[in-house]
Design a protein around this ligand. Structure first.
Ligand SMILES: Nc1ncnc2c1ncn2[C@@H]1O[C@H](COP(=O)(O)OP(=O)(O)OC[C@H]2O[C@@H]([n+]3cccc(C(=O)O)c3)[C@H](O)[C@@H]2O)[C@@H](O)[C@H]1O
Ligand SMILES: Nc1ncnc2c1ncn2[C@@H]1O[C@H](COP(=O)(O)OP(=O)(O)OP(=O)(O)O)[C@@H](O)[C@H]1O
Ligand SMILES: NC(=O)CC[C@H](N)C(=O)O
Length: 562
């Protein structure tokens, strides 16, 4: 038994399916922890496989590979260096010994690696099955179990969702746990840090134990894991705070006292404010999508409007100016103001900027379709041809030069279907998909006022003020503004917040001070655009009702909310 313990917290950015790469990252973190004389290194939920693995969990060959890599990692601990607690998926076989009472099946596990072997395992009990999580679909529920024994100290390891309810920690406390080390792969949402702290305080109040909350960092398709790991000492005292949105390995010092184990105060990183967290989530989400999918660069249509300006700024902050290419594609309806603003944006960001007129394509389509369109008045058909001419141009550049095309629609537009299918919806990834237009304005002002830490973009303003202040327009016909089709964004976003984020009825949203007929119209627009959303690119998830896995609606749907 010992009265002193050094526990290294490894807040890493694994890649789903990259077992070799993740193993190397884990080894590197352990080597760093060993330099700090750590007794134990704590890693996050499913760090070996990455999270979320979705139906990869149903592939026996993948689970075999995870087991093989875990056993290889366990052998490292024969060197007398620090023990490890590592998260991994696990296929429990009927002839497995030493894994407690667990029945055969696929589990989300935590493994104590020491003395050159897997000393013990614990399986996740509370499987989340809401919002973006579908764990019940692929994992079997683990039994309630007691703590690991590390150098005679009883260490309880609730796995993410296990920590959001009292039962798992209560069982651990009743079985003599002295320190709770919660391992997580908890995706970012606005307000999530506060929610995690609240759960930590509750678990502490219930069990009177010190708590380590360790979270994964990095982007995985639509989800961004924001890190922000922390240590909550006895008496609700923040002993250690790791940064959000970046990797960190920090060694914490623990001493056994009369009241139990206490962590010595160490680094307390400053957390970004609300808009800063959203912006950094967008940056990390895009960066990891691009890098982990093997793209060298991105491109986008830069219209002189606010959405493409913000998308370009995020791309530059994530990847660097030399990896971002902007194309202005004027039509006869494009104003000089837009041409000037797009050029000014590109200059402020220092990105490559080309101008390709779509007028020849518009004329070609007019000529091609003239015999068939005879006697028909111009309508949105011709507007959509412009948007599609731009889409074809951008996709051609993506094919020829290999960059990933960024699509720029924000959540207000995506909600209402205010975008052209196979036109401006072309693209492989979206950074604004979960950002309402009013937040787009806030984020532009925020970024013009400051450069986030580690951002690769320039200091100072990244877009001219006029991009933020002018009325938004698709410029698909003369003197058009978004408000010809949509209500003012302040009103629209509040209605959408009610209908989508809060799941309110038409009457309940109208009671917030909106015209009932307008709310019913917006409800209908949202329903009618479901088919567009189901064909749209993935994008960074910011809230609990993102348009991907959080909010799943039927396309064929006759419920009108009345
Ligand atoms: N349930 C369903 N399942 C499958 N397909 C369905 C469908 N309902 C319609 N469709 C099909 O979808 C097509 C109509 O959709 P689509 O071609 O997109 O056209 P549509 O939605 O009619 O028009 C696009 C709108 O977006 C606006 N816009 C365009 C470009 C940029 C911006 C901006 O400011 O960012 C705004 C534009 O002003 C216009 O109001 C038709 O082919 C129709 O048959
Ligand atoms: N003239 C243009 N040149 C280059 N790209 C354009 C042009 N017009 C539209 N696009 C592309 O299509 C997207 C949709 O743009 P549109 O101007 O129709 O509406 P928006 O949603 O208000 O976007 P933005 O605020 O970027 O203008 C733009 O973000 C941009 O990527
Ligand atoms: N991986 C998990 O179990 C995540 C669920 C948890 N409630 C969270 O988002 O933090």
């Amino acid at each position: 038994m010992t009265d002193k313990l050094k526990i290294a917290l490894a807040q890493l950015n694994p890649t789903v399916g990259d077992l070799k790469g993740n193993l190397a990252k884990i080894r590197q973190a352990r080597a760093k922890a060993a330099e700090g004389d750590s007794d134990l290194v704590l890693f996050t939920e499913m760090v070996l496989s990455g999270y979320q693995i979705e139906d990869l969990a149903l592939k026996p060959s993948f689970l075999d590979a995870c087991r093989k890599h875990l056993l290889e990692l366990a052998k490292d601990t024969a060197d007398g260096g620090p023990a490890m607690i590592v998260g991994s998926p696990w296929l429990q076989k009927s002839d497995d010994n030493g894994s407690g009472q667990a029945a055969p099946g696929i589990y989300n596990g935590a493994f104590l690696l020491a003395n050159g072997r897997i000393e013990a395992s614990r399986f996740k009990h509370e499987l989340p099955n809401y919002e973006v999580f579908d764990e019940k679909r692929v994992f079997r529920q683990g039994p309630l179990q007691g703590p690991f024994n590390v150098k005679g100290v009883r260490i309880g390891t609730p796995i993410c969702e296990d920590f959001w309810f009292p039962d798992v920690t209560e069982c651990l406390a009743e079985s003599g746990t002295e320190i709770l080390l919660s391992i997580n792969a908890s995706p970012f949402e606005t307000g999530k840090m506060e929610a995690r702290r609240t759960h930590a305080r509750r678990r502490q109040a219930e069990n009177n134990l010190p708590i380590v909350y360790l979270n994964q960092v990095g982007g995985q398709d639509d989800q961004v894991f924001d890190g922000g790991s922390f240590v909550l000492g006895l008496g609700d005292e923040l002993r250690c705070q790791l940064p959000m949105f970046r990797e960190a390995v920090v060694v914490t010092d623990w001493t056994r006292g009369a009241d139990g184990w206490q962590c010595a105060p160490c680094k307390v990183a400053e957390l970004p404010d609300r808009l800063g967290q959203i912006y950094e989530a967008m940056v990390l989400g895009l960066k990891d999508y691009v890098v982990k999918n093997g793209f060298a660069s991105v491109l986008l249509g830069l219209s002189g409007g606010i959405d493409s300006a913000l998308t370009a700024a995020v791309a530059v902050d994530a990847l660097g100016a030399d990896k971002v290419r902007a194309v202005m594609m004027p039509s006869p309806y494009t104003s000089q103001e837009s041409l000037d603003d797009a050029a000014a944006c590109a200059k402020l960001l220092g990105i490559a900027y080309d101008i390709v007129s779509i007028e020849p394509a518009m004329q070609a389509f007019e000529t091609m379709l003239k015999p068939l369109f005879a006697g028909k008045a111009a309508d949105t058909t011709e507007e959509n041809i412009q948007s599609r001419a731009r889409g074809v141009t951008l996709m051609a550049l993506s094919n020829k030069f290999g960059g990933l095309l960024l699509t720029t629609g924000n959540k207000s537009e995506v909600a209402c279907g205010y975008a052209t299918l196979y036109g401006d919806m072309c693209g492989g990834y979206s950074v604004l998909k979960d950002i309402y237009k009013t937040t787009v304005f806030d984020l532009c002002r925020w970024r013009n006022a400051q450069r986030p830490k580690d951002a690769l973009g320039p200091d100072g303003a990244v877009m001219p003020e006029r991009v933020i202040t002018k009325p938004p327009s698709a410029e698909l016909k003369p003197n058009q503004t978004d408000q010809d089709t949509l209500p003012p964004y302040e009103a629209l976003d509040d209605i959408l917040d009610g209908l989508i984020e809060q799941d309110l009825s038409i009457d309940e949203v109208a009671a917030r001070g909106h015209d009932r007929a307008l709310v019913a119209r917006v409800w209908r627009m949202v329903d009618l655009a479901e088919y567009k959303r189901q064909q749209s690119a993935p994008g960074v998830r910011i809230g609990r009702r993102s348009f991907a896995k959080d909010r799943r609606y039927p396309i064929t749907n006759r419920y009108r909310g009345e």
